[in-house]
Design a protein around this ligand. Sequence first.
Ligand code: GLN
Length: 534
Amino acid sequence: MTKFIIITGGVVSSIGKGITSASIGRILRSHGLKVGAIKIDPYLNWDSGTLNPYQHGEVFVTYDGMETDLDLGHYERFLDVELPGISNITTGKVYKSVIEKERKGDFLGACVQIIPHITDEIKEMIRKTAKIEDFDVVLVELGGTVGDIESQPFLEALRQLRNEEGHDNVLFVHVTHIPYLKAAGEFKTKPTQHSTKELRSTGVNPDMIVCRSEKPIDNNMKKKIAHFCDVPLDAIINTPDASSIYEVPILMDKERVGEYINNRLKLNLDTDPSKLDAWGKIVKSLKKQDPLVKIGIIGKYIELEDAYISIKEALLHGGGENEVKVDVVFVNSDVDSLNKEVLSDLDGILIPGGFGERGIEGKLEAVDYAIENNVPIFGICLGMHSMVIQFARRVGLIGANSSEFSDDLEYPVIDMMEEQKRVKNIGGSMRLGSYDCKLVDETMAKSIYNQDLIKERHRHRYEFNNDFKEQLVESGLILSGFSPDDFLVEIVELKDHPWFLGCQFHPEFNSRPNNAHPLFVSFIKASYEHSKNK
Ligand code: GLN
């Protein structure tokens, strides 16, 4: 029987509910449990695919092609699993499904209401996800902060879930913030008391309170919170800011989170603390301070680092594997000209994915710089497009570009995929999810992966235009990966360059702290070599 751990948030947003959930999951997984995870996003969008990265950060793509919240990325990295797209529930999905049922006549005669129809639908979605893999435990993180209007139906559904599944099978964790008032010289528990009260007003009593704080809080603080919030003292967990997100499971384990959950949910686990040793090794390798390798991400959403979160994490994983510290520098591509001093300081350049013309010329300039100066360069999706466009311009196709940016091109070296031309709705209609890719013998890609066939996740509408294949290959571009039918170019490389690789897919989604993605490992290695020779 699956047990559910439900995570809500209070006081402020962005306190790390996702990392808290993923860390609880990591602890339970280290003790041998099969752990799944669900993220509830109470917004009305059906998925996050059409949301601006400034609103929402990165769109995380699941293997089965769902565009989801970036917290799913944290879950996949911490739990080392691949989650199905239905692990991201939104208000949009819930209402769409209920309204479709109503139109079909499923509720004939009934007045369709939030309770029971919407709440039933929410519970059904949660249970369906839990059944997919017969998980021992499923984490359910409710986005937003208690008190948000949008969260109400979800909290009600989760309250019902506890009654239906039974007290021993559902546990509520409330994540709050304990602010430190400099002027008073003390931590304040009042916001936590208020948000717990707010949560209680929905009929949900938290079993555990995770107190986020800048610095550790003392036992008296914990006693006060336990007393005022009516939660046992051993269920008041403090997670002060950590230097790395991967340290959080270790911090939480020291607070005996595993032991408390084990008793409360009657899991019968052997809670030997050494179970997290392997994870500790990863943390140690990621915390190495030298040698330093500087990688520049050339993007246009740099004001919000979350827009590139999986790439940043994958770079760190690659650093851990090479036993170097990766310093990620965000370079704005939306400028007239990139700062050459900043560029010359980089040991490696990464051009991430993206949409629209803004910032593209900066990306092309970075490609040019990397070719001229033999700097390792890694292009992902729009990054690969930038590599192909700039390479084409350099070998004489003046004005080469992607049809994404203009309809009137002499050299559309990147063009819209045939099946995309028939697409009418923008949402969820790109080439999405995992696809096979064949690797070509005697290429860098083949030697890095050391496999004939790989599987990687995609999210794009445009691709390499085969009309220019011959000409570009003759000029020195290497095509090293293809779709199984040989039609779509998936990877490009460059002759006589130390490390130049662009891929149509997003390898960052498959990188794990304990299993860094081979492309990132190889890219960091090449960048480290470059740093030594500079
Ligand atoms: N905008 C490009 C396309 O749709 C690239 C997408 C991406 O970088 N994820 O093909």
